[in-house]
Design a protein around this ligand. Structure first.
Ligand code: URA
Ligand code: SF4
Length: 201
């Protein structure tokens, strides 16, 4: 069966996992991407943030949330009074999925098969980080963590439980960047901040 399971190391510490993930071939996404972008941050941590997949910038840098969405996320964490270095940040899928159009690499959302293939890494990270609360940023993260289709608009901000852990879903920071109207964008940002605050309360 395809998937990252065959690449999982015997060690369960975060450094060992990160190193092993660099050579993962659990699905086809490694072929076009630059590198595996594993999670980053404190382990153990009270709060674990899960995004969708690395974007263009993250693919080049090898670190999650260093591009425009990452700036929004860091601003929101700061506004919520959460030190970014106190959290562990990762993605549901560890390789960038994109479509090449000329010189530009256009983001493509991962498919359910990619989320499933990559899930062993996420599960291992949850084990190593042992967070009190997992915040899912957007529908892909929510699917990866909760194992079902989630409508963010319906479930956001509500504390749930999955496998004995507190789980909250909220908007993806990229969704905030896409809001055209400035005031609507500001209120979408405030809603993310409020969710993050509630997650650590
Ligand atoms: N969007 C994500 O979901 N994750 C990243 O790491 C960057 C952008
Ligand atoms: Fe492995 Fe995940 Fe990358 Fe697929 S996306 S090759 S499962 S690390």
């Amino acid at each position: 069966r395809p998937g990252a399971g065959a690449w999982l190391p015997a060690t369960d510490d975060i450094e060992g996992l990160c190193e092993a993930a660099q050579s993962c071939r659990g699905c086809e996404l490694w072929r076009e991407a630059t590198q595996t972008v594993f999670g980053d941050g404190s382990a153990p941590a009270e709060l674990m943030l899960v995004g969708e997949q690395p974007g263009d910038r993250e693919d080049l840098a090898g670190e999650p949330f260093v591009g425009p969405a990452g700036h929004v996320l860091h601003d929101a964490l700061e506004a919520a009074g959460i030190r970014p270095d106190s959290v562990y940040t990762t993605n549901a899928v560890k390789h960038f999925r994109f479509e090449q159009r000329g010189k530009r690499r256009i983001h493509q959302s991962p498919q359910v098969a990619h989320i499933r293939a990559c899930h062993p890494w996420l599960e291992a990270e949850v084990g190593a980080v042992d967070p009190r609360t997992i915040v899912c940023l957007g529908a892909t993260a929510a699917r990866a963590v909760l194992g079902r289709t989630v409508r963010i608009g319906q479930e956001r901000g509500r504390m749930q439980e999955a496998e004995g852990r507190r789980v909250m879903v909220t908007a993806h920071p990229s969704a905030i960047l896409r809001v055209r109207d400035e005031r609507e964008r500001a209120s979408a940002f405030d809603a993310l901040v409020a969710d993050l605050r509630a997650a650590v309360a």
